[in-house]
Design a protein around this ligand. Structure first.
Ligand code: CS2
Length: 476
């Protein structure tokens, strides 16, 4: 028997204490992948217990997978919380999933409903089509396409802008736009990108967006490994119903949203969302103390032959490198958000990394390194360099990433990265000696000129690269 509204009562899991079918669509979410369904959808599900206005319409921009899995299940899926305690919960907030390219007008119909006052996104770093300086990349092929064909966009930016244009034409207020990706100043940058896009054809419209659109910055956090068949089997055994796409995550979850104006918006605080004026402090701490170490474990751990985060954390030397990087290298660069002890925050993160109840694949975290490393590691490294701090340890993940690209180029395994073609081309020219470093540093889309030509940086990165080549990455 498959999970669905008619079978819901049979599910041996925590069930929605409301009728999912009665929810109104209040949110259009772009990118209804695992992270969204583990994180924001769980908050909307909690809101729905008391307020039926926040049902979600998910919009996939590329694949049909989520729609095909969830449509026969009436949008229901199981959230497995795997930690010291294990629990299973059926989420009812996802009311429908549309596939953008198949149903563009339906997407705009949802975006222009008066009941829809929120648009959220988890489209990954690359989904915002930004240049290395975080401004809209007007050369990006999807942006070029969308500027020429605004009614049939391909990019998230194109959808949002056209949705806003239609709302304005119908005399509706803009929706509140809440990006939920690991991008510094995500709200500020998204708003700037949408305004620039609109301004390419209509300055008045761009001004309307600039004046009226609320696009708060956010910090989102919950470790969410990709779904695999093991999880499907496990969920079916425990819940007693087949579920084509359950989701797993740790117990910890955090959502911090910049204070903003949203008349009649959700009662965020009632479901544990933090509203603050100081999102940058949370976001910098999280990007640099969780995501940076994650990427470090990914590239260094793969180099040492490990598969998952918890396995890599059992390597005492690697765990020491990561702890040192967090506490000695990064913490001194940060301002603590109010009431947060950064050292305790680091220890909690290290404990989360050791969580034996989940298998978080290093290869999953290793995706899109060209987009992630500048935000997660280079940001700290550049500041450490400016302050004259030791940057040898912060250079290790970058050198390990270069080795990772080299090994992909050698084996011919697929590399998931928007710059894959360029990276593999560089990887293929590697000589497996220190001269490889300069080939990577020449990539301006990853390493800014000032940094790439700094002699202290070059020396540190070459030393780290040599260390990885000659020994098992011992850091002395
Ligand atoms: C991870 C994140 O895959 C990755 O790059 O670092 O997805 C991480 O698990 C989340 O940001 C945790 O909130």
């Amino acid at each position: 028997m498959r999970l669905s509204l008619s079978e819901l009562s049979a599910a041996k899991a925590l069930k929605p204490a409301y009728d999912p079918a009665s929810l109104a669509t209040g949110v259009v979410h772009f990118g209804p992948g695992a992270f969204h369904r583990a994180h924001q959808a769980a908050y909307f599900d909690a809101l729905a217990q008391n307020d039926p206005r926040w049902g979600i319409c998910g919009v996939s921009l590329h694949s049909t997978g989520v729609r095909d899995a969830l449509a026969p299940q009436d949008g229901l899926y199981t959230l497995a919380i795997l930690d010291e305690e294990i629990s299973y919960r059926v989420i009812g907030a996802m009311r429908e999933v549309l596939v953008g390219p198949e149903d563009i007008e339906a997407v705009f119909e949802r975006m222009t409903r008066p009941s829809v006052s929120l648009v959220t996104s988890t489209v990954t770093e690359k989904g915002y089509c930004l240049a290395p300086d975080f401004s809209l990349d007007l050369q990006h092929p999807d942006i070029v396409h969308d500027l020429a064909h605004p009614q049939t966009p391909k990019s998230f930016i194109g959808y949002v802008t056209e949705g806003l244009r239609r709302r304005r034409a119908q005399g509706l207020k803009p929706f509140v736009l809440i990006p939920c990706d690991n991008l510094p100043k995500n709200g500020e940058r998204l708003k700037a990108a949408v305004t620039v896009f609109a301004g390419q054809s209509d300055n008045e419209f761009a001004r309307w967006i600039w004046d009226q659109l609320q696009c708060p910055c956010t910090m989102v956090d919950s470790i969410t490994p990709a779904t695999d068949d093991e999880l499907r089997t496990r969920v079916q055994a425990v819940v007693g119903l087949e579920d084509a796409w359950p989701i797993q995550r740790e117990a910890f979850t955090q959502w911090v949203i910049e204070k903003h104006v949203h008349d009649g918006g959700p009662d965020w605080q009632s479901v544990g969302v933090t509203l603050t004026d100081n999102v940058p402090a949370y976001e910098r701490a999280k990007l640099r103390l969780l995501n940076g170490p994650h990427s470090t474990l990914a590239y260094m751990g793969l180099h040492r032959g490990y598969e998952s985060v918890s396995e890599a954390m059992k390597d005492a030397e690697l765990a020491d490198i990561v702890r040192g990087l967090m506490i000695e290298d990064v913490v001194p660069l940060l301002e603590a958000p109010e009431g947060l002890d950064l050292i305790a925050y680091c220890e909690d993160i290290l404990k989360r990394f050791r969580n034996p109840a989940i298998v978080h694949k290093l290869s999953q975290i290793a995706w899109d390194g060209s987009q992630k490393l500048p935000i997660r590691i280079l940001s700290s490294l550049t500041e450490a360099l400016d302050r004259g701090q030791d940057i040898r340890r912060l250079s290790l993940p970058l050198a390990a990433w270069m080795r990772f690209i080299r090994s992909k180029a050698l084996t011919g395994d697929a590399l998931t990265d928007p710059l894959a073609t360029d990276l593999i081309a560089v990887g293929k020219t590697c000589q497996d000696n220190v001269s490889d470093v300069s080939r990577f540093l020449a990539m301006r889309s990853v390493f800014p000129q000032d940094l790439a030509t700094d002699t202290t940086f070059i020396t540190a990165i070459e030393a780290a690269y040599t260390q990885l080549l000659t020994r098992e990455g011992v850091f002395a």
